[in-house]
Design a protein around this ligand. Structure first.
Ligand SMILES: [Zn+2]
Length: 473
């Protein structure tokens, strides 16, 4: 029998002290789904209304405005910004003014400064976000290869089973036939309209704002996943943003399209210049600024609809991008510029802070379940970060990125082993604690290399064993 907790109770139990705005609801009891009306999901008024089920002290004292704090179920809005590097947002200290809206909003957010994505490609990374599993477990390995199996319980499914309206809104047509990928979503919205030059934040935002308006009218809480594409190649933001960050003295002729870069970089005798890299980065920042401008409208909508006090918002990316830090562009390698992604979580009643512990994509589903009081899937190997959001220490953990054929493995000490395939000499070794930019390859240290290779192999074996175990059930 599936069991779940209602409303904000799970949040309070998880976060404990330091979360005064979210007093425990008096009816913070675990109830069986079968005790609920079959088709009637939990509504805010039914779950922890002050005075109805407990004393005022237990249900939330009136605040200075005279209104009792909201104690019903929390909505969840996950905003994924494809190809957004962690170090290219102002909230992470990036000096270019490309994300002012995110920066202002993130003053009240918990910023996970060392978040690692489970893959360097979109579909395996998204599959890990949805299933809470490593690529070697869910089986979507490599871009566009395979799909998560029906057998794996997804984040959307657990929210759906707990009475949430679940919806995904996106502009990537390539994801539209990604069947099992979308398990658990009541609604799938491939937002119409061409992605001219790859930019679509305006249309997606228009659609998302309209969707939020409609969803806010409904009784049940929502779990929505919004996938922005913009920072991904081509780096062709609309005119207003396109060259905004390109220095006046830059002489590169790159136009931001991968076709031109492919052609130019393949030209015999051509050596990429500092101006080329500077321009690529500037065009990329233009895309991010364009996204931020429209993302700001989503934030305005949450506030305007008065649901910002009852909505958990998570911002993250599926991977970053490379600008010749390691002799490559796009996102072809498991270097930090590709797998270090943003994670910002804003939860009503939780103060903003920075978390420096290393965390990973597969931690997101159990975290969102914990914050909302929804029962996590038993199959999820990740851990809830809710405690870390209020200052509790997180134990160091191993992180596996990618699959058996090509991967990165970061151990508890911050040592990172990379197996790039099929490139020759594809093994790399770094100490992220002293070399976060991966400039000093330790691969000549044979003893350390053997140790890390063995640790990575064990992690992959564990991920594959979990797959066998889950498919066997
Ligand atoms: Zn992607």
């Amino acid at each position: 029998m599936r069991r779940f907790k209602l409303g904000v109770g799970g949040l309070v139990l998880s976060l404990g002290a330091g979360c005064a705005a979210n007093k425990p609801a008096a009816n913070d009891t675990t109830i069986a789904a079968s005790e609920q009306t079959d088709t009637e999901p939990a509504t805010p008024g039914e779950t922890g209304s002050p005075g109805e089920t407990g004393s005022p002290d237990e249900t939330g004292s009136p605040d200075e405005t005279g209104e009792a704090p909201y104690t019903g179920p929390l909505n969840v809005l996950v905003v994924l910004v494809d190809t957004l590097r962690a170090d290219h947002i102002q909230s992470m200290g990036y000096p270019v003014e490309n994300t002012p809206n995110l920066l202002a909003w993130s003053e009240d957010a918990v910023i996970f400064e060392r978040m690692i994505s489970q893959d360097k490609n979109t579909t395996p990374s998204l599959s890990s976000i949805f299933t809470g599993l490593w690529p070697s477990t869910h089986g979507c390995c490599g871009q566009g290869q395979g799909q998560p199996d029906h057998a794996f319980e997804t984040m959307a499914e657990i929210f759906q089973a707990s009475g949430y309206l679940t919806a995904t809104l996106y502009k990537a047509a390539a994801l539209d036939d990604w069947g099992d990928f979308w398990e658990g979503f009541d609604e799938r919205h491939l937002v119409p309209g061409d992605n001219v030059d790859g930019h679509s934040a305006e249309e997606l935002t228009d659609y998302t704002v309209a969707w939020l308006e409609a969803a806010s009218e409904r009784d049940e809480p929502f779990f929505a996943f919004v996938h922005y594409l913009d920072p991904h190649l081509p780096y062709r933001a609309p005119d207003e943003y396109y060259e905004r960050f390109v220095p006046a003295d830059n002489t590169s002729t790159l136009d931001g399209t991968p076709e031109q870069m492919n052609e130019l970089f393949a030209t015999p005798g051509y050596t990429i210049t500092d101006d080329d890299i500077e321009r690529m980065l500037a065009l990329y920042d233009g895309e991010i600024a364009y996204w931020d401008e429209h993302f700001g409208r989503v934030l305005d909508a949450l506030e305007g609809l008065a649901i910002d006090d009852r909505t958990v918002v998570a911002i993250l990316a599926d991977h970053g991008d490379q600008f010749y830090e390691h002799a490559n562009w796009s996102h072809l390698q498991y270097h930090q510029e590709v797998i270090h992604v943003p994670l910002l979580l804003r939860v009503p009643g939780v103060e903003g802070r920075r978390v420096t512990d290393r965390v990973q994509t597969i931690d997101l589903p159990p975290t969102l379940a914990d914050l909302t009081g929804v029962t996590p899937a038993a199959s999820w190997p990740g851990r809830s970060l809710a405690g870390a959001m209020v200052g509790e220490a997180l134990a160091p953990t191993d992180i596996l990125v990618g699959d058996a054929d090509a991967h990165a493995f970061i151990n508890k000490d911050g040592l990172k082993y990379i197996l790039h395939q099929p490139t020759p000499n594809g093994v790399r070794l770094y100490d992220l604690e002293v070399d976060p930019l991966e400039e000093n390859d330790l691969v000549q240290n044979v003893e350390l290399l053997d140790q890390m290779r063995a640790e990575a192999a064990a992690a992959i074996a564990a991920a594959e064993a979990l797959r066998a175990e889950l498919l066997d059930e």
